[in-house]
Write a protein that binds this ligand. Structure first.
Ligand SMILES: Cc1cc2nc3c(=O)[nH]c(=O)nc-3n(C[C@H](O)[C@H](O)[C@H](O)COP(=O)(O)OP(=O)(O)OC[C@H]3O[C@@H](n4cnc5c(N)ncnc54)[C@H](O)[C@@H]3O)c2cc1C
Length: 286
């Protein structure tokens, strides 16, 4: 079957092409799309490449926000001195994805839009309360990273929307963030469990906490009511132990080749504990 390969030069042109070709799909780094085509899981009638669109490949630091273009590769994020300094958990998490060959092609926008449940960046970005900017012929839309993934390989994006940027607030002087990835099969594998934590401290006392557990359900899991239990504490070992226990108890994990539901429940406890401890020891990978 012939596939049209189209190379728009603007986001609105790409969006228009997605509307025009009902069986078409966007392609950025191609690491997911090409693999699925090779495996006979996808038969797009047209591939709409985002590579020739200007302005999607920069990382721009503002006073309060860092804006990452959707076409920035995971390798560029992992090796960016700006991101390593100001949002280390994100840079380190991207450096843990697959292998260097994958990271060199895979883009942040493609990773988010793929919405595979066993991905690392969606969990970290949800933990950092990042915002995803999507654009179509109707204009721009801001989607919270927490709301982006709506199910297995499903997102809040409309068919003709392109992710153009991701906005992340850099960590303040009293803030820390951690991402812990647990792989159960090989060092290059997708996570069995991934946990992102972020906390704001005042004189060593927690005034804000987020804990997001990824790769255990169709989308990253967060228990808002539990996070509040840490506020006013110094994240002492007993507080960490208790929070880790609640996450393990409340989340109903899926099972796959990386681990059974029984096993994942136990690993959630271990890795939530590690990701909370990383906040205390200021270690961005736990
Ligand atoms: C061997 C291997 C190991 C891997 N290990 C990991 C891992 O450990 N952790 C992890 O998180 N991931 C892992 N991955 C997945 C990898 O990170 C993703 O395949 C990659 O990030 C997708 O990005 P891409 O640019 O290649 O997307 P593409 O393949 O180009 O596209 C993926 C999907 O996103 C859509 N899309 C792309 N860009 C946009 C955009 N800007 N706006 C809207 N839609 C868009 C496409 O239409 C398609 O549906 C692995 C992949 C491989 C092949």
């Amino acid at each position: 079957m012939d596939i049209d390969y189209l190379e728009p030069t603007t986001v609105s042109e790409a969006s228009e092409l997605l509307k025009l070709h009902e069986g078409g799909m966007a392609v950025a780094g191609g690491t997911a799309v090409v693999l699925m085509m090779q495996q006979g899981l996808l038969f797009p009638e047209a591939l709409i490449s985002l590579r020739k669109i200007d302005g999607l490949s920069d990382v721009i630091a503002g006073d309060d926000l860092i804006t990452i273009g959707s076409a920035v590769t995971l390798h560029e994020i992992a090796t960016s001195s700006l991101l390593l300094e100001r949002i280390p958990s994100l840079a380190k998490a991207c450096g843990l994805v697959g292998n260097v060959r994958v990271r060199s092609s895979a883009t942040l926008g493609g990773n988010l839009a793929e919405a595979d449940y066993a991905s690392d960046p969606p969990t970290v970005l949800a933990g950092l309360d990042a915002t995803v900017i999507a654009e179509s012929g109707r204009g721009q839309r801001r989607i919270g990273a927490r709301e982006l993934v709506t199910g297995f390989y499903e997102t809040a994006l409309e068919r003709d929307e392109i992710i153009t940027h991701i906005e992340v607030r850099p960590l303040g002087p009293d803030e820390r963030a951690v991402y812990v990835k647990y792989v159960s099969r090989s060092s290059e594998d997708r996570p069995c469990v991934g946990v992102a934590t972020r906390a704001g401290f005042s004189d060593g006392v927690v005034d804000e906490l987020s804990v997001v557990v990824g790769a255990v359900a169709s989308s990253p899991q967060r228990l808002d009511d539990v996070e509040g239990q840490a506020v006013g504490t110094r994240l002492e070992p007993d507080v960490i132990e208790s929070l880790a226990g609640v996450y393990s108890q409340r989340i109903s994990p899926l099972e796959d080749a990386r681990g059974s539901a029984w096993y994942r429940k136990r690993m959630i406890r271990v890795f939530v504990k590690r990701a909370l401890t990383g906040l205390v020891t200021n270690n961005p990978v736990g």
